[in-house]
Write a protein that binds this ligand. Sequence first.
Ligand code: UD1
Length: 421
Amino acid sequence: MDKLVIRGGTRLKGEVTISGAKNAAVALLPATLLVDGISTITNVPNISDVKIICTILEKLGANITWHTPNTITVDTTHIHSTTAPLDMTSKFRASYYLIGSLLGRCKEAVVGLPGGCNLGARPIDQHIKGFEALGANVEVSQGKISASAKKLVGTSIYLDIVSVGATINIMLASVLAEGTTIIENPAKEPHIVDVANFLNTMGADIRGAGTDIIKINGVSKLKGNATYSVVPDQIEAGTFMLSAVATKGDLIIKNCIPEHLDCLTAKIIEMGANVEANGDAIHVWTSQRPNKTNLKTQPYPGFPTDLQPQMGVCLAIANGTSIINEGIWESRFQYTAELNKMGAQITNQGKSAIFEGVDTLYGAPVEATDLRAGAALIIAGIAAKGETSLTNLIHIDRGYENIEEKFRKIGANIQRVTEEF
Ligand code: UD1
């Protein structure tokens, strides 16, 4: 079992380059199933969720070539199965995109119920509502979802809840449907726009992604040979921005889209740190302890739930008492118990938590309870006095490429150690 050993007390300084977005890549790869041909994707994050999807695509008959660690060609000419290996799909959340893509291409899909981080109940009723509205029969039984349709026909779908996954999945299923599909109350995250742009590059006709209404005019076929670069990871960029705040650091975060981080930038300035955007880079620096602040996580362009734990570290050491309200997931505060082991004073009450800022955190053995909690605990370990050992890295490796190397390059004392049991 691997663990990260972090000797803390470092002020992070230097430049870090952001990878392609995990949440875009895990949708773009299944989307390649919609073309009967070759797609080349660049700026792919080299993370375990991406590798699992590639393996699943290969089992369905795709041919995948890695040209570099971040460039993949997917040839979907010889897809011979519509059943994704059930044990593999249950390992991560985004496997649900295989349903929309296979349904769109083959009018049939059997996929295991999706797994992923334990953030509380993670229903997929809005995905199913969308598939059914398009004309599919959907059954959920024995740990799998089976969907099939004679044909898919465009219609109007109103999402009862703003859902990233349901928005993308309905787009995937409707690109090759007959007629026009309208998604009302969709999610607007940058990776939704990215998936729409990718599909449009291949000849789809999707309008309005990133706005309040998405309109998909069905086309009969997509063209192969598209080359597409994955959008920079807004959550990874935000993770490094907050690491500068927590360590009184000075970081230039390169290859990101500053506008995607406007709400975080506003909060960081409110906390007394400096932020300057310059083209595709963001400079964050401070020499003072963060000020207290309150926030509520919301769908984009609100404060992202996936940056809540990293922000929680900054508030744990802020000057004064702060409150976070979690607006998306039920169980997103598991990391607070780990931070309390490091000397934080956080009280979690259901979907909110009160952070009484302390001067200093102290290194301790802690566990990554989920992906973003893991990133938060790395930041806490770097900011803390003494040594932190962080276990359960499987979550972190699902979503961050070379995370310890990136932190090492900006001054962190962090080593991955493999322990035999
Ligand atoms: C995606 C991201 C995840 C992020 C989340 C919210 C991926 C692979 N994961 O997850 O990192 O934390 O967006 O930004 O992109 N809901 C329903 N019914 C549904 C679908 C969702 O009630 O059918 C609810 C969920 O319980 C949650 C909220 O809607 O409370 C948002 O979920 P959703 O946006 O779908 O999250 P994911 O796509 O799973």
